[in-house]
Design a protein around this ligand. Sequence first.
Ligand code: C2O
Ligand code: CU
Length: 467
Amino acid sequence: GAVTGAVVALPLEKVAATVFGPSWSAAAFSRPLPVPTPMRPSRLRLDRDVYDLTVDKSTAEIVPGVRTPILSYNGTFPGPMIVARRNRTVQVNVHNRLAADTAVHLHGGNTPQASDGHPLDVIKPGASRTYLYPNRQPAATLWYHDHAHHMEAEQVYRGLSGLYIVEDAVSRFRLPSGKHDIPLMFRDVNLGVDGTMTWELFGQPNRSTVLVNGVAQPHLTVQRRRYRLRLLNCSNERSMRFTLGNGASFLQVASDGGFLPRPVSRTEVVLWPAERAEVVVDFAPFKAGTQIMLENADGEVDTAKQLLRFDVAEGPGLFNADTSYVPATLVPAPADRKPTVTRKVVLSFDAANGVFLINGKQFDPERVDFTVKRGSTELWEITNTDTQFQIPHSLHLHLIQFKVLDRDGVKVPEWETYPKDTVRVLPGSTVRILATFDSEYTGVYPFHCHFVDHSSVAMMAQMRIVP
Ligand code: C2O
Ligand code: CU
């Protein structure tokens, strides 16, 4: 059935035949990486920056010379990148020109309920709506995406996502900045030979091309110096294991919701859908002319494995020396607080109905699953009971960042501790998280699996946060 397709790989011959025609593969790494630049506000008001996003159909050149029909914010693919400053409000006016509902959710945002993009709080076709993001939170790499009830999987897949970066006084430290700070959005797609995107629910095994900032297999010319890379996996269902093809190590400095207390040296970073990591890579040790592949070690075919080629060039040159620096400590680690409430969250698969459940139930927007006291700390024990079909799940909480304690009793590594808003829950395993509801906002917020093909078929629940 369709659901088991989420975990059963197709024979590789079939994947290769349906995905990249010969003309496209010949073009591999011929195109420069599109590097997003901050979107210009439509207006600057005394107390806020105002942006306008129009949701509409459009086309994008995902592979050279082919116009692929997409859904888009402002005609770009992915959507434009918004750069916000901590404590300065961003207002986004969203205009829906689709024939379908849309809702915009700022993933990782400390957002008042009215602007959270709840699945039922949608923008009707032809209507507009204003979202307010006060940005009362530390520097982080966030993203916005569609969240309309039952529609998010297809609409995110077709292109409705974009980056949203929060900067603050410490956010740059002396880390590489400006053109040495490169956001990278990774997502997979099932591209037909005619360049069209094929959408099918649970279609992950056929989504065999991974795009970086909206294009297949680009290259980026880098100087022999440090770069900050902001990695976001915005795939519907694909997990990725990022490595450098030459085995080089790099420093991870940030996780989902902002900086780690201190940098951690890594040779690979695993990101499941919606997870982020920021890393600093030093290209200085490599000779000009060296080519280094950013790989997804878990990719089953070349187009899902060889993602982005770094071409090392001369430079930066005497007058432009690399003065960037990664400090030994970044931000204070949050103090541990004692939980006053313990909850169980069970993620399961209902094979009879082909839906995914949280605590045995399908999403019901009329039902509040948990009532949570603002300011309190809770321990959530999250179990994925699906050992039969081996389907992985994750759990994403809106509004706050939490701390991951352990997985099957084993303490998680420091890069997976805090600040996290999405946690991976492998089949048969149990993860414990400590969530402090330290946001000033109250109201009803969703929590759900962030395999959006799952959340859009019922794997969602909600909490009411009360004063
Ligand atoms: Cu990125 Cu409710 O999700
Ligand atoms: Cu799931």
